[in-house]
Ligand binder design. Sequence first.
Ligand SMILES: C[S@@+](CC[C@H](N)C(=O)[O-])C[C@H]1O[C@@H](n2cnc3c(N)ncnc32)[C@H](O)[C@@H]1O
Length: 198
Amino acid sequence: MNPPPHLASPNGGLPSSVLWAQLILKDRLRPGDVAVDATMGNGHDTLFLTECVTPGGHVFAFDVQEAALIETRKRVPDEMTTLIHAGHEAMRAHLPAELHGKTSAVMFNLGYLPGTDKTLITRTETTMIAVREALELLKPAGVLTVVVYPGHEGGADEGRSMAEWAATLDSRRFEVQHLRPVNRAASPPELWVVWKRG
Ligand SMILES: C[S@@+](CC[C@H](N)C(=O)[O-])C[C@H]1O[C@@H](n2cnc3c(N)ncnc32)[C@H](O)[C@@H]1O
């Protein structure tokens, strides 16, 4: 019997946007790297990033909900993570100055925290401030990933703004990809990936 494919969703199908983001980051992050989880939520992505940069690395994670910090703290080791109760639009101010331009990855998973108040969603205005700040934090060859949910309230607007912004990025400094399922009736999650040229 053939071994199952590595780059697949649990049902054997193509990777979801969330899984593509993880696959790309896992391939590029190294022990000792610094990464940012811009939308901590229940901490699954914070844990994922921590595992990618262990040993010796560090993950800074942001959320506006205290519940997210409480949930995430249960999953991730103290010494490798700084959990910040603040909006990602202030990420540059919260990261030590010596890490500006030295961060290997910034990961966004937009929308709301499953199982909680759906009104506490990411907002286009602050999201777009944050993705701009994220590019300033990245080191050469660093990667930004943004999963957008066009089917959620406000998600289509975030998707449009991401597309407009991505189109303005100088191709001599950044490479941008947009991955999305194209033959589904609903509006499935989409992934934006920005690679800062090394
Ligand atoms: C889809 S969830 C993230 C899922 C999470 N990465 C995980 O692994 O569980 C989106 C999160 O973004 C948070 N959020 C909303 N606005 C934010 C902001 N301005 N800055 C940081 N986080 C924000 C929400 O509170 C929510 O927890």
